[in-house]
Design a protein around this ligand. Structure first.
Ligand code: MTE
Ligand code: MO
Length: 256
C-alpha cells in the first residue's frame, strides 16, 4: 500500500465520521482503494447508522472469545442436509473432487480445490453466532480470509457485491447470500472449512461456509459452491441479495 493511498482512505473514512478503522484496513487495502464500489460507499454514506456500526472505534472487530467460552452444543439451523446426489458423492469422497468457483467481475476466474483453500494462510477465531430467531452459540472457526481469495482473483473496479451461491435449496429455490466490499474485506470474514477443531460437518455447511462476524446468522452462507462478484444484486433470483431477503422476512444489512 502506498502512503498516498493510505492518506486518501483515511480522509474518506473521516468524512463518514468514523475513527479508528485500523482493523478494517488490515487486509485488502489496495484492492479496496481501487474499487469504485468501495469508494462510493464511503463517500455516499447514505446510511450513517451502518457507517458508524461498522467503522466506529471499538466496533471495527467482532468480539473474540476464549476456548473456555465455547458452547458445548452448537445448534445447526436452516438446511442441515443436502439430498442432491452429486453433493452426497462429494461428501462421501471427502470433497476431493470439489472445487470452489470464483467468477463474475474478476480479472482472473478461479477454481480452487479444498486443498488449495486449506493451504492458504489461515485465520482462526472464536466468535458468537447470533441467529435472528433468538439463539446464539460460540464456536471456533478456521479458514482463509475471503480478502485473500478476492485478491487472487482481482476484483474489477465495477464490483460492489460478493455473492455466495450455495448447494442447498428450500423447495426449488436455491439458498444464496451477498455482502458488500466492506464486509468482504473485513479481516474476520473467512471461508471456514474447520469448526471447533474438526472438519466442518455437513450440518454446518461442508465443505466451506462463510463467517461474516458482524452480521446475523442468515448471512453466514453454508455449503458455498461458487462466489460471484457483481455490480448489482438486481436480476439475481429475487433481486434482494439473499434467500431470506427475497422472501421479505429479513433485511439485507443484518449488522449486530
Ligand atoms: N446455505 C445455507 N446457509 C445458511 C442457512 C441455510 O439454510 N442454508 N441458514 C442460515 C441461518 S438462518 C443460520 S442461523 C446459520 C446457521 O448456521 P449453523 O447451522 O452452523 O448453526 O446458517 C445460515 N446459512
Ligand atoms: Mo438464523
Amino acid at each position: 500500500m502506498t502512503e498516498r493511498k493510505l492518506i486518501v482512505s483515511r480522509r474518506k473514512l473521516l468524512r463518514v465520521g468514523a475513527l479508528g478503522a485500523g482493523g478494517l484496513m488490515l487486509s485488502g487495502c489496495d484492492s479496496l482503494n481501487r474499487s469504485e464500489g468501495f469508494r462510493s460507499l464511503l463517500e455516499g454514506a447514505e446510511d450513517l447508522h451502518k457507517g458508524f456500526q461498522r467503522l466506529g472505534g471499538e466496533g471495527a472487530l467482532a468480539r473474540e472469545f476464549a476456548p473456555s467460552d465455547m458452547s458445548p452444543v452448537f445448534r445447526a439451523n436452516g438446511n442441515r442436509e443436502i439430498a442432491d446426489s452429486a453433493y452426497r458423492q462429494m461428501l462421501a469422497g471427502g470433497f476431493a473432487d470439489w472445487a470452489l468457483k470464483v467468477d463474475g467481475l474478476v480479472e482472473k476466474p478461479l477454481v480452487l480445490p479444498l486443498a488449495a483453500l486449506q493451504s492458504l494462510p489461515q485465520r482462526q477465531q472464536i466468535t458468537r453466532h447470533d441467529c435472528v430467531e433468538g439463539w446464539s452459540a460460540i464456536g471456533k472457526w478456521q479458514g482463509p480470509q475471503l480478502s485473500r481469495i478476492l485478491d487472487m482473483a482481482g476484483l474489477k473496479p465495477q464490483a460492489r457485491y460478493i455473492v455466495f451461491h450455495c448447494a442447498d435449496r428450500f423447495g426449488s429455490t436455491p439458498y444464496y447470500e451477498s455482502i458488500d466490499l466492506i464486509d468482504a474485506f473485513h479481516p474476520q470474514t473467512i471461508l471456514a472449512w474447520r469448526m471447533n477443531d474438526a472438519l466442518l460437518p455437513e450440518r454446518h455447511g461442508a465443505p466451506i461456509r462463510l463467517r461474516v462476524e458482524r452480521q446475523l446468522g442468515y448471512k453466514h452462507a453454508k455449503f458455498v459452491m461458487r462466489i460471484e462478484a457483481r455490480d448489482s444484486l438486481a436480476g439475481l433470483h429475487g433481486g434482494k441479495g439473499g434467500y431470506w431477503e427475497d422472501s421479505g422476512d429479513y433485511a439485507w444489512h443484518a449488522g449486530i
